[in-house]
Design a protein around this ligand. Sequence first.
Ligand code: GRG
Length: 300
Amino acid sequence: MVAPMNFNEEYTRRIDYIEKILRRYLPAQEGYQKVIMEAMEYSLMAGGKRIRPMLMLETYRLFGGEPGMIAPFMAAIEMIHTYSLVHDDLPAMDNDEYRRGRKTTHIIYGEDMGILAGDALLNYAFETACRSFDLDGEYAVRAGKAMKILAGKAGIYGMIGGQVVDVKESGHEVSGDVLDFIYRLKTSALIEASMMIGAVMAGAEDEDIRTVEQIARKIGLAFQIQDDILDVTSTTEVLGKPVHSDEKNKKTTYVTLKGIEESKKDVERMTAEAIRELNRYPAQDEFLEQLLKSLVYREK
Ligand code: GRG
């Protein structure tokens, strides 16, 4: 008889594995510019749920990927995500002092180094992902495809584009369509990149990669709506960052448009749909299903 999976144990095991990878790919702290390597480590190793590399790894496994080949992209996606948080916290953006339960990077290292640490993580993400080109034959071809996805989903047609509209539309009410656009780009794009890159590096067919993109889009939307809910219902101690930040920044969110109860139902519905669509694949992944379910009821 197969023993039932202990989700919490498996989750902790994966966090440890991902953090080992992140440490392995961080640059050595040396040279006249050492302070930037310190600031990169400070922000990258501050904890966090590591959802993006985790989804990448699980999708890679779902499509039969061999151990090891995906590691540079797992590190790269978390570096890009962390850079976005470092910049999002800057005085010119949300001006926040706490993130992941500790002082934000610009508070510790100053605004100038905060900007540079974000830039450094973004650039180093691509330097890290480029290491996949050193892999053998077919993997180098897959790495090229994955790189294109990473660059596109992080850029003006992806996360940065979403952030631009989010910042531009702050301070007044926006329509549901504009909000969907912001969420799809600002939050879903990196989750799409994570899962698509997992599939690409495992050698999935183009049609499956497109399906994975659609599934990840739903997961990203559900994730962002839950983020909106927690901003209203949670506490600074639990979240590790300020609550009521959407109200402070006068942002339209799913919660302001639809209310908490409706938003919760949407998170549950989108997650159930994503799980159903993933379950069509013959190689099922119990951890992935549990992970998606846990995101619906997450507290931070
Ligand atoms: C280019 C100046 C400049 C800034 C770019 C793109 C950008 C800044 C910011 C967008 C980042 C952002 C706040 C997206 C929202 C997505 C979201 C819910 C982030 C929180 O992710 P979690 O919950 O965080 O995974 P942890 O800490 O767990 O990793």
